[in-house]
Design a protein around this ligand. Sequence first.
Ligand code: 2RA
Length: 340
Amino acid sequence: MGYKVVVAGATGNVGREMLNILAEREFPVDEIAALASRKSLGTEVSFGDKTLKTKDLDTFDFTGWDIALFAVGSDATKVYAPKAAAAGCVVIDNSSLYRYDPQVPLVVPEVNAEAVDGYKAKNIIANPNCSTAQMVVALKPLHDRARIKRVVVATYQSVSGAGKEGIDELWDQTKGLYVPGQEVAPKKFSKQIAFNVIPHIDVFLDDGSTKEEWKMVAETKKILDPKIKVTATCVRVPVFVGHSEAINIEFEEPLDWQEAQDILREAPGVMLVDKREAGGYVTPVECVGDYATFVSRVRQDSTIDNGISLWCVSDNLRKGAALNAVQIAEVLGNRCLKKG
Ligand code: 2RA
């Protein structure tokens, strides 16, 4: 006996990956529905070796469906997630809409799987921001060993985090720099992204940080530990898929970098690739399509007491979004929605 599963936003990058990962991990599906907006209606999407024709999200009846993975953005989530939840379908939402709602669990299974048990409050579970997900997977095993006091992180986020438009802009702008007359002006991003980096993701807040940076602070506190101090600088870089992060960690007590390596080597969801030689580390192009949160460059930070720095890379469409959502569905099924 399996589940009746819906993927809402099935034609987007994350929605397509949700379908791919449900099939790859052989999630127990009795029936699956791929939903899209009116403009994408009828588009065919893959589910393993099957082809699904998308149905209309606007008119879909969620009654009798068990789990709905949502990848439709906050505006559409606001309209359709409550409708699905009210029909008895548990929503696992990738947008930021419900992440900070105290009644809604915000879950990274390697870190706080037990939080899924709280889904009944709104019949909704929130998926974290992509840049948060990979970071807390790396932080959790170290926090359990030596209590983290403060985290300073700089992110190098790929353009796929900004959707298809982000990918297209990088591609077209890069080509346009080499073909006279085909220059492409910034549109999705505030400045040229080809051969450039942009220290601005999402909107600016009154304190001078951006909402993307605020998300990493708020979500790390909700998922891992509210006592951890986090400061982030989130940067868009000319990479198609794969977010990278330079993370500096201050602990409450001493932790040797080699013990940190040993801990990370055994940690759930982490792949340690860390040799102090050319190529002894992971780069974004190598993480694409993988499930792992890769960690490299683990080293002591001798400028502070109890400091360690490291490099973290993961596929932002997978662990940063679709994989984490499917893993939440797996935990939900195992802990709360047992089938015969
Ligand atoms: C980004 N994390 O990278 C945000 C949303 N996916 O644009």
